[in-house]
Design a protein around this ligand. Structure first.
Ligand code: ADP
Length: 162
């Protein structure tokens, strides 16, 4: 399972998804419904973008699917029979939070292992918050996100401000 908020999905996320699909029999990209965050895109918008982006980037990989889940990740992992949770590590700044989560999840579900994957260096500075900020201020984000996402961001902020 590769869980996240995906608000919106970026090329960094897609890099991790592809790597995971080369390591595991099956990868479920799982949108967390009950995140504490207040997302820019609704759940159905984020899921739609995620599905379109995965189809676009990884149609040669048949072992990737998308889903959304509510509640605790480890409960979802049990229901799906997943053996591993994949998380992306970009920089040291990600480490502390990810480490805490991984250890807590291991305590709660020892049979599920958290695996950290590093994206290509070109994505290490990329996160969804920065993308939303750039798009909010009318900057081009096409280098960092798939085209469907860049278009959706444009539309979102056009609707808001015009
Ligand atoms: P969450 O709210 O769970 O952190 P995100 O959608 O922000 O959800 O991130 C999901 C996962 O993807 C996290 O493990 C995060 O570290 C990782 N991630 C986010 N951006 C990148 C990137 N540019 N490169 C690699 N991993 C990333």
């Amino acid at each position: 399972i590769y869980p996240g908020t995906f608000d919106p999905i970026t090329n960094g996320h897609l890099d991790i998804i592809r790597r995971a699909s080369e390591l595991f029999d099956e990868v479920i990209v799982a949108l967390a419904r009950n995140s504490q965050k207040t997302p820019l895109f609704s759940e159905s918008e984020r899921l739609g973008l995620l599905e379109a982006a995965v189809l676009d980037c990884c149609s040669d990989r048949t072992n990737i699917r998308s889903d959304a889940f509510q509640g605790l990740l480890i409960d979802y992992a049990r229901v799906t029979g997943a053996t591993a949770v994949v998380r992306g590590l970009r920089a040291l700044s990600d480490f502390e939070y990810e480490f805490q989560m991984a250890l807590m999840n291991r305590k709660l579900a020892p049979e599920v292992t958290t695996v950290f994957l590093m994206p290509h260096e070109q994505y290490t500075y990329l996160n969804s918050t920065i993308i939303r900020e750039l798009a909010r201020h009318g900057k081009e984000v096409g280098d960092f996100v798939p085209k469907v996402v860049a278009d959706a961001l444009k539309k979102k902020f056009e609707v808001k401000y015009h």
